[in-house]
Each structure stands twice: as structure tokens, then as C-alpha cells.
Design a protein around this ligand. Sequence first.
Ligand code: SF4
Length: 392
Amino acid sequence: MATPAATRVTSLYVHVPFCAQKCAYCAFYSEASSGELINRYTAALIREMEIVADDLKPRTIFFGGGTPSLLNLRQWEQILRAMEKLNLPGAEEFTVECNPATISADKAKLFRDFGVNRISMGVQSLDEKLLDRLGRIHSREMVFKSFDILRSSGFENINLDLMFAIPTQTMEIWRATLNEAMAMQSEHLSSYEVIYEDDTPLFEQLKAGEFSVDENLACEMYEELISSSTRNGFQQYEIANFAKDQEFKIQNSKFKIPSRACKHNVNYWRGGDFYGLGPSATGYVRGVRAKNWSNTQLYYEQLEKGRRAIESSEELPPLRRAGEIAAFGLRMNAGWPFAEFQRATNFDLRNEWSSEMDQLARRGWAARDDEKFRLTHQGLRFADSAAELFLR
Ligand code: SF4
């Protein structure tokens, strides 16, 4: 029986686990693609959508990866038509992550026709040598060309993903990339420092002493990112996320974020429920966290038998989940208005984490008043350490 519309889950993440080749820094679950594998994935994903559709009324949809734009037109059309049949479109925000090498006018038009209204483009750098070093399959020219295709296809909400502190990247190169990215006038910018994950080529090179990490330079690059994006009309609303436009209020909330903020991610950071479909995806629905197999073969086999490919699921004790939500939410510049946190978790931050909040305020990492608690500029730099204090 279908869940009553008012209580259905309003956020859907779909993982597309294929990439043309593996980037040097990447530890995400993804694998090299072939036409037949992706056809099998497409059929399995549609089956998984059919299983959960009655419990979904998406306000936000996000296809991430992997490289979702690697799917060809026919595969995309099958997925989007199936979603239409299942009554899943109509989302306020529908994002597809794209690699600049795999965007075409036909694909962009198909996306628009089926309600996709936001594209997140994995640019990473606009320096040809660094793109090579990262193992990216696209060139800087492809970034500009794909951006133009997206704009002429009617996309008015585009995110650019950039990376900084890449080995051999100087401040001059970073500034040049930032300047060119700002000139593109996207509505959103995400930017992360390179991290060295075990079992990646970049980590092996670091271990072998091929380069060293310059933390001071990384800090300066982060500061440059903040000042350049602010000068160019972006507002930082999360550690690594910047968006344009006037502020708007989230329903029932006192905190404000820019209107072009990624609503899908804001739902994560605010502790909202979401379904996660596709190999390795995690979802969180009504107190239960479920994770799919990080193995496409197992994923296909389970779905071909008509059941979801869930590897593990656990019901989180409410206080533990509240701690996680506190930690996630502190990544946002707005921090946590106490009333908002209570609405999301049924716990009062001031009762459960008072000493932790005081400890962070004493260190200069956080600020607290009668209404809210938030990390300061300095605290945001150390958000991961600050967040650990809230985990139970
Ligand atoms: S395209 Fe993205 S998911 Fe694929 S290997 Fe590169 S960074 Fe990882």
C-alpha cells in the first residue's frame, strides 16, 4: 500500500558507479564501464525505483557518481521515462553530475525535457597539466564548451566543482583557475582540498616521496577561495559550498541560505530523510540507515530477483543520530538555531552538548547566543575535529 503523500520521503539520491577511467585521487566506489554493464545497471536501477516509488515524493533528486553523464542517451531516456511512469518527476531541484567530456546538446536537451534543472560539473582545475596529473578525462576547452552547451540548452543553475592544494599547483595557478571559473558566472561553486585516500595513485606518490604536502599553502588557497568567491557575488553557506542570489528562508526555520544553495545537500546537513539507490548508495529513512552493496554484480543479482540490494541496515539510537545531525549541520555557516535542531531531532543541543559547545567557544572555534550555535571562520577550518565532540 502506498505511503500517504504527506509522509513520503522527499529526497532521492541515485549512485551511478561508472567512470571512463579512474582519477588519481579517487576512492569513491566506481568502476570502468562497458555498454552491456550499464544496460544491466539501468534495468536494475529502474527495478529498485519501482520498489520504493510508493514511498517517495521527491522535492530534490540528485544523480551522483561515478559519472552519471557517461550513460548514453538511450539509457538515460529509459531511466527518465521510468521515473515519469512512477510519478517521480516534478522535483523542485533535480541535479545530474556531469563530466565535461560527456556532455552533448542532445543529452542536455533530454535532461531539460524530463525536468533536470541543475547540473553539477566536475571541473577540478582549468590547468591542463593539473588535469592530466589528476587523471581527468577532460580538457579545459571541454569545460568551456560544455558550459556553453548547458547554458544554450536552458540550464540556469550550474555548479562547478573545483579542487585545490593539488600537488604542484601554485597559488598563481589556483588564482588563474579561480578567475576563469568566476568569469563563467555559474550559480554555485563547490571546492575541496585534495585528500589523500589509501589505495589511490596520488597517495602512493605521496608515500613514495614524489611530493610533499604544504598545509600552509592549502590554508592560503582556501582563504583565496573565500575572498574570490565573495568578491564575485557568492555567499559561503557551507565549508566547501558557495552560492549566489538573494537569501530565502527554509520552511519553519530561522536560518537563511542563498537561493542557489544545493537544496539536496542542505537536506543531508539538516538531518532530513532520503533514499539512496544504486550500488554503494546509503539512505536514511525513518530512523533506519540502509546501505546497498558496493558491488555491481551483487546489485544486479538482487534486483533481478526483485529485491533491493541492501548489504546492511541499522536502526540508529535517537541520541546517536542527533549527534550525527549536529555534526553535519555545523558544517553550515548558519550553524544550528536551537529550535531548528530540536525540530529535526527532538533533542535540545543546550541540554545534551552544553559543555562541548562551551569548550569550542573557549577555543575561539564557535560562537553561541540565545538562539543558535555556530562555528566561527576559524572553527570551520577544523569542522571535522569540532564535529567529533558531538558524536555519541
Ligand atoms: S570521475 Fe569522479 S567518481 Fe570517477 S574516478 Fe574521477 S573523481 Fe572518481
